[in-house]
Write a protein that binds this ligand. Structure first.
Ligand SMILES: C[S@@+](CC[C@H](N)C(=O)[O-])C[C@H]1O[C@@H](n2cnc3c(N)ncnc32)[C@H](O)[C@@H]1O
Length: 188
């Protein structure tokens, strides 16, 4: 068995923490890989909310979910994840962020530190005890290091009584191997 790369490990973590009937957020829908995975994990009694600023990402993912009969429990918003607080009611059990740009799409449309932090904070406020926010940080593009540093600094500053924060990365690979952060809300 091989050590899982960050993207793969993000799914392993989500599958360990999410259950049938849970609520989850995909904060960066893109081509819908995570949205589809979340929809399957939470099942028909669960709920998935997805966000992306690119209309083509939302259209593509809606079609993808329809084709697989997985759209019933998913609501996609063609708007920034900085609006999570206004658009998602109630608590959540997990959220996933894949930061950076969408491969094969417009590389100028990237996630940005301010809006990313607003969205992370909204997710943490909504998190149930033992719930997790998983972030995969890509930082090989212009603007990437700034966002990576801002997110890691924020995650490091979280009170350990309230949250447990893990960082996971291959440290002997070239070309900025993605970093995974997992933030779990401690249960009372
Ligand atoms: C690395 S890609 C996500 C890949 C995706 N998880 C998948 O399965 O294909 C990052 C995505 O974030 C989106 N994005 C950029 N700024 C955003 C924002 N403020 N709110 C939500 N999505 C944003 C981009 O349009 C892009 O689709």
């Amino acid at each position: 068995m091989k050590i899982q790369p960050s993207v793969r490990y993000s799914h392993t973590l989500l599958s360990q923490f999410l259950q049938n009937g849970d609520t989850a957020i995909d904060a960066t829908v893109g081509k819908g890989n995570d949205t589809e995975f979340l929809s399957q994990l939470v099942g028909e009694k669960g709920k998935v909310y997805g966000f992306d600023v690119q209309e083509e990402a939302i259209k593509y993912t809606n079609q993808r979910l329809d084709d697989k009969n997985l759209s019933k429990n998913v609501t996609l918003f063609n708007t920034g994840h900085e609006n999570i607080d206004q658009l998602v009611d109630g608590s959540i059990n997990a959220a996933i962020f894949n930061l950076g740009y969408l491969p094969g799409s417009n590389k100028d449309i990237i996630t940005k530190p301010d809006t990313t932090l607003t969205a992370i904070k909204a997710c943490l406020n909504k998190l149930e005890g033992n719930g997790i926010v998983v972030l995969v940080l890509y930082y090989g593009h212009a603007g990437g290091p700034l966002e990576k540093n801002a997110v890691i600094e924020y995650a490091k500053s979280l009170d350990q009584k309230e949250f447990s924060v893990m960082q996971y990365q291959f440290i002997n690979q070239v070309n900025c191997p993605p970093i995974l952060l997992a933030i779990q809300k401690n249960s009372n």
